[in-house]
Design a protein. Structure first.
Length: 569
């Protein structure tokens, strides 16, 4: 069998089934009562849990089948992280009500008793004993040990089982990660190992754990974090997971804060943050709300983390960013990044997302609700869920060799030009962002193939003059310089961020497709709040509400203003 991580090395005595006597000996305690008094981890910060009491109340008395494969092939693994139980911890911390401790006791005991019987459907990957599962449970169980420390409703038996879970997991991680491997699992897991080593510093093995964990963390910072601070998988969600683990490690080992990539990882998130306070769901990410991560980083760094002003490149991560007032653009020109189980890269390049006034304007499919979702491969990860060219009948190759040919952040106009080889023919795209008001984007594409130019909005499209406008504002007016051979309308699911509630529930996005047999497109995209502007569009001249802009291959002019990019005319 091919294993996803190392071949199984779960020691039946040191890891899986630690006896009470062996645990007490490791803790240096004669009785459980002594151990509970002497070995108390300090309470650690955790992610905020809105409505924790309401969520905890729904857990009271529920019956759980821990062996049920109905959770799904991938979700079964996540279910055994036990994150769904943490509202009980938060509700107890808030109220001191022993009901929540008793319920944790019951559910954790049932999980512990059934954990050896759980079977997953990912070949070569144990549901319980794999990096992300061990690390996640350790985070939640360590917090439970701290919060429930003085609560008599939490039985000694449960306390012992929780401590064994943390101790056995740390032993497993130290063996599993005795050498560097790329990946978000690996990075987050060794961060939690360092946290456990420092929190349980008087355990005989803690110094060995700390030595292994620190060595791996430093390797991840050098080899798994790009020069611009982005995690190498290029996903804001997985970047945030790794950064949260690193912050957790740094909270007990402050020397990590001095590493230059600790700061750079925060700057990377700040650069991608829109005026609505969220980060687009690029690659397999969810929508990220980074405020808590950035504030925590500022407390650790002792200084403010702010986004880079103006338009710029995250060059190592291969994202281009345009900024003007509330308008925000992210262009992806990066590689497909592999992973030992499920790659988190999508089949698209030189695609882009646009936002303004705190809301998404041009949106994409983003990450799925679960990797078990039947639409994961043909929508969320597929080219058709992205704002780029789709070549009908062709498979998109992973080795797409995408690149940036030009980036210019001017006084009035920003320009990105890039290409990729995801299809048999090379696709070239140029995006000109006119920052000076009235602002808009001009997108030019060329490919030697019949192609469909795609843009996804958050409301249905309606014909408007020679173009197509979002039926609700804020939205976009999309006007091709030359009429397409065919116009296509589709829709599909995606998370839609709501700055008011700071949530991103799934809704529908609406695809506008412009098909041309010659693969040549010049399309202007105009943002609006309430109603579309009056425009006239040709390949060389654009008029917006009476303002005339003229374009050449390498320049823009308006009312005596001029800007050049990419060399001479």
């Amino acid at each position: 069998m091919t294993y996803v991580e190392k071949p199984p090395h779960v020691d039946p005595v040191r890891m899986r089934h630690i006896t009470d006597e062996a645990l007490l000996e490791a803790l240096g305690a004669a009785t459980v009562a002594q151990a509970r008094q002497w070995r108390r981890p300090e309470p650690v910060w955790s992610e905020p849990e809105p409505d924790a009491r309401a969520q905890a109340d729904r857990l009271l008395g529920i019956q759980v089948d821990f062996l049920d494969k109905g959770h799904g092939k991938s979700r079964l693994y996540g279910f055994h992280y036990l994150r769904w139980m943490t509202p009980l911890i938060s509700a107890y911390a808030e109220t001191g009500d022993p009901r929540y401790a008793r319920e944790w006791d019951r559910l954790f005991g049932e999980w512990y008793a059934s954990r050896d019987l759980v079977e997953g459907d990912w070949p070569g990957l144990d549901v319980i004993w794999y990096s992300l599962g061990v690390a996640s449970r350790s985070m939640y169980v360590t917090r439970a040990l701290a919060v429930f420390a003085d609560e008599p409703a939490l039985s000694d038996e449960c306390w012992l089982r929780m401590t064994k879970t943390v101790l056995g997991g740390a032993r497993w991680v130290a063996e599993e990660h005795d050498e560097f491997r790329h990946g978000n699992w690996q990075f987050a897991t060794v961060c939690e190992l360092l946290h456990v080593a420092r929190v349980f510093a008087d355990l005989p093995e803690s110094e060995e754990w700390a030595e292994i964990a620190r060595a791996r963390i430093l390797e991840h910072l050098e080899r798994d974090v790009r020069d611009d601070g982005g995690h190498h998988e290029r996903s804001p969600g997985y970047h945030g997971m790794c950064l949260a683990g690193l912050q957790r490690a740094a909270s007990v080992d402050p020397d990590l804060v001095g590493h230059p990539r600790f700061r750079a990882m925060h700057d990377w998130l700040a650069s991608l943050t829109t005026s609505g306070g969220w980060i687009p769901h690029l690659q397999d990410s969810g929508v990220v709300w980074p405020a808590e991560l950035l504030l925590r980083g500022e407390r650790l760094l002792g200084e403010t983390v702010a986004p880079v002003r103006g338009s710029h490149l995250l060059e190592a991560s291969a994202y281009a960013i345009f900024r003007a007032r509330t308008l925000h653009t992210v262009i992806n020109y990066g590689p497909y990044v592999g992973h030992e189980l499920e790659p988190h890269s999508h089949h698209a390049a030189v695609d882009f997302v646009l936002s303004g006034w705190g809301t998404p304007l041009a949106w994409e499919a983003g990450g799925p609700p679960s990797y078990d979702d039947p639409r994961y491969y043909d929508w969320y990860q597929a080219t058709r869920g992205h704002n780029t060219l789709l070549v009908p009948g062709e498979e998109y190759t992973e080795d797409r060799k995408a690149g940036c040919d030009l980036f210019s952040a001017g006084e009035h106009v920003d320009v990105f030009a890039g290409h990729h080889h995801g299809y048999r023919a090379r696709h070239d795209r140029r995006i000109v962002f006119v920052r000076r008001e009235p602002s808009y984007w001009l997108v030019t594409d060329e490919i030697d193939a019949e192609a469909v130019w795609q843009l996804h909005g958050t409301s249905p499209w309606a014909e408007h003059g020679s173009g197509y406008a979002s039926s609700q504002g804020p939205g976009l007016l999309v006007v091709p310089a030359e009429p397409p051979d065919e116009v296509l309308f589709r829709n599909g699911p995606a998370r839609i961020p709501d700055p008011v509630t700071r949530t991103a529930e799934y809704g529908e996005i609406h695809s506008l497709g412009l098909r041309r047999r010659d693969g040549r497109f010049t399309v202007a995209i105009f943002p609006f709040t309430d109603r579309p502007p009056a425009v006239r569009v040709s390949a060389r001249e654009i008029v917006v509400d009476g303002v005339v802009d003229r374009f050449s291959a390498r320049g823009w002019t308006r009312d005596g203003l001029a800007e050049r990019w990419g060399g001479d005319e």
